[in-house]
Ligand binder design. Structure first.
Ligand SMILES: CC(=O)N[C@H]1[C@@H](OP(=O)(O)OP(=O)(O)OC[C@H]2O[C@@H](n3ccc(=O)[nH]c3=O)[C@H](O)[C@@H]2O)O[C@H](CO)[C@@H](O)[C@@H]1O
Length: 372
């Protein structure tokens, strides 16, 4: 059997498309220590900082998303797509990969298209319960479509025979991350023994969640549990420094810009309140973490609400729509659950039942089949 020696990974914009690729890379490296990888993303996306920090060679190409209304803008995007595909071809020819795998986001369009035109085996990985625009566009050209929810198969229409349910590699990765009983004290100067709620938007933060979270802090300061609020880097930079200082010096509240080691931090959290991006949900279900989900209403076909409903219907999570969100509701929901260990335990079990925990192995097997 031919070994996997060189692969190109692509995907980005936000963390939800990047972390699955990185988790897969690490699993691949464990099976094939000599494997070499090139990551192709964009300069503007989070991948341009996250990926090089992992020591993975990174190349950027320029591409932006299709605007739904402005046709002139779309002409520019079409032109960019042609140039980007040409640039991607150049990178692919130079690197000579055995396979190219894309985890979603606009950048995958030109990269996977170029690879398939060069007759290199291709896989796209769809994390959501509703297929993204780029992945739908690529369905015709790629060899396999790896998915995380049964129900997304139909979105690929006549290409649905290429669909294989693999799950999201990030779930397997968080499960393999060792828990440290002292991460809350060491990293946040909080109490390792107290119940702790983690509030965050998605990889870029969410203004509505930040606002409701910040408004709840005066109340939470007086409670017997702890709150960590991760705002997203750019929102954090805009926060009033006096407010930050006031809360961050209290014993049970921490406001931070971004948590780099989420898989490790999650292990010490009792309840999560966050967006319902697909990669976050994979992490929550793998670990069996109870959650209150606030889907982003600003995504294609409202897919985050569908992602969230998959958990809500199984009793693994509760949901608040952003239109109903305010600090009082947040406080009420958190308080109802944090003081109810039986409900938390039920949610934990339900969440855990949903997790697919061998996604990397399934994807690696798919890669091996394709290159042989
Ligand atoms: C606005 C938007 O288009 N969002 C999409 C994007 O979301 P986004 O990238 O925000 O979403 P996900 O929830 O899927 O992933 C976020 C990732 O960032 C990590 N994290 C988050 C905060 C933090 O401080 N530290 C940290 O490491 C989370 O643990 C998770 O691994 O991709 C997802 C996966 O295709 C989609 O489902 C989302 O709808």
């Amino acid at each position: 059997m031919k070994e996997i020696k060189r692969i190109i990974l692509s995907g980005g914009g936000t963390g939800g498309h990047i972390y699955p690729a990185l988790a897969l890379y690490r699993a691949l490296k464990a099976s094939y220590p000599d494997v070499e990888c090139l990551y192709i993303g964009t300069e503007r996306g989070l991948e341009s900082t996250i990926v090089p920090r992992q020591g993975i060679p990174f190349q950027a190409i320029e591409i932006s998303g299709i605007k739904r209304s402005l046709t002139l803008e779309n002409l520019k995007v079409a032109w960019q797509m042609l140039t980007a595909t040409r640039n991607a071809k150049k990178l692919i020819r130079e690197f000579e990969p055995d396979l190219v795998l894309g985890t979603g986001g606009y950048v995958c369009g030109p990269v996977l298209l170029a690879a398939s035109q060069l007759k290199i085996p291709t896989i796209i990985h769809e994390q959501n319960s509703v297929a993204g625009i780029t992945n739908k566009f690529l369905a015709r050209s790629v060899d396999r479509i790896a998915t995380c929810f049964e129900e997304v198969k139909d979105d690929f229409g006549k290409f649905s025979d290429k669909v294989v349910l693999t799950g999201n590699p990030r779930g397997q990765e968080v499960l393999q991350t060792e828990a440290s009983g002292s991460i809350l004290s060491e990293q946040f100067d909080l109490d390792d023994q107290l119940a702790t709620v983690l509030i965050f938007g998605g990889s870029r933060g969410a203004p509505a969640i930040n606002q409701a979270g910040l408004e709840g802090l005066t109340h939470w300061q007086e409670q017997d549990y702890q709150i960590i609020l991760a705002t997203g880097q750019s929102h954090y930079d805009d926060l009033d420094k006096k407010l930050l200082e006031r809360y961050n010096t209290s014993s049970n509240i921490r406001i931070v810009p971004y948590i780099e080691n989420m898989p490790a931090v999650f292990q010490s959290i009792d309840l999560v309140m966050c967006r319902s991006g697909a990669t976050t949900l994979t992490e929550l279900t793998a670990l069996g973490l109870p959650s209150i989900l606030i889907p982003s209403p600003y995504v294609t076909n409202n897919h985050q609400e569908q992602n969230a409903m998959a958990l809500v219907q199984r009793g693994a999570a509760e949901m608040i729509r952003e239109s109903e969100l305010n600090a009082n509701l947040l406080i009420e929901k958190i308080e109802a659950l944090i003081h109810d260990p039986a409900s938390l335990e039920r949610m934990r079990q339900q969440a855990q039942q949903m997790g697919i925990t061998d996604a990397s192995q399934r994807l690696i097997q798919m890669m091996e089949e394709l290159i042989n």
